[in-house]
Design a protein around this ligand. Structure first.
Ligand code: OAD
Length: 255
């Protein structure tokens, strides 16, 4: 409770809020995380599925795996955690503060929940691009007819995501750097905090003076000031409710 109250107070006072999310935020929407129980990397080798070398060696296998994930993401619905983050964004902006949501997720659920200031660090699974020309397309929400999938410019279509060994999109890195400059509270939600460079953001934010908070069902290696342990879909709505209700209290007393 001490941590919860301290975090609610810090969040209410913060003028620059940054949220960093990972696969755990979509678990309550039925999507699999990568690590831990039920994670993709339990039975699958990331080197064979999520690298440029894997795509060069077996584009059919890689594109079929990503297409299955694309269809699951499109069929899923945002959960209470996505909605609480979108509500937090509205509250912070309404109060004249700054807000950014940095996500490692490629499922598009944050945007579907109403988040607007989203920085996709690892791309988006619902957009694909010709591996030769880079031209992007948004395929229909139905399975591709065959794998690999011919692109518009003579290459194969690949998902517009960041694979291991690839650089993060330049705009995403620039937006992240800008956000860290004004961030005074960083909320780290549902990420195992082991994949760089995203994992390094916690240290950068702390070094720049931000209060850091982890919301997770487990304790990760992230060195944070506060940990709120529990499912994001339970913890975040409670936290946002606490911020909103206490922010309203002085107004209702006056009334
Ligand atoms: P992980 O699968 O590594 O971690 C998911 C985290 O979510 C774990 O710490 C879980 O404890 C936590 N978690 C699970 N359910 C939760 C819930 N209901 N509420 C809160 N937390 C929950 O996913 P990421 O950290 O996102 O990259 O993984 C980072 C990157 O590694 C991914 O973007 C992907 C992956 O390999 C690439 O594919 C390049």
């Amino acid at each position: 409770m001490v941590d919860f109250d301290e975090v609610a107070t810090a969040l209410r006072r913060a003028s620059g809020v940054v949220v960093l999310t990972g696969a755990g935020v979509s678990v309550e929407s039925g999507l699999r995380p990568f690590r831990g129980p039920g994670g993709w990397w339990k039975g699958h080798d990331p080197a064979r599925l999520a690298t440029p070398e894997a795509f060069a060696a077996d584009p059919a296998l890689v594109s079929e795996w990503y297409d299955a994930r694309r269809l699951v993401a499109l069929a899923a619905e945002p959960n209470a955690a996505h909605e609480a983050i979108a509500e937090l964004e509205r509250r912070v902006l309404h109060g004249g503060g700054r807000f950014a949501l940095l996500t490692q997720n490629v499922d598009g659920l944050h945007q579907r929940a109403g988040s607007e200031r989203v920085v996709e660090l690892h791309g988006n699974l619902t957009v694909w691009r010709d591996h030769r020309s880079g031209r992007r397309v948004t395929p229909d929400p139905t399975p591709f007819a065959a794998y690999p999938v011919p692109g518009p410019d003579g290459g194969w279509l690949r998902p517009d995501v960041v694979w291991f060994g690839e650089s993060l999109p330049r705009e995403a890195l620039a937006a992240t750097e800008a956000a860290l400059a004004w961030c005074d509270l960083l909320l780290v939600v549902g990420t195992s905090a082991v994949v760089y460079p995203a994992a390094a953001l916690v240290g950068h934010a702390a070094w720049a003076g931000a209060v850091t908070v982890e919301v997770n069902v487990e304790v990760t290696p992230a060195e944070v000031d506060h940990r709120l342990t529990g499912p994001a879909g339970v913890v975040l709505p409670r936290l946002v409710r606490a911020v909103v209700s206490r922010a309203r209290r002085p107004a209702s007393r006056r009334g």
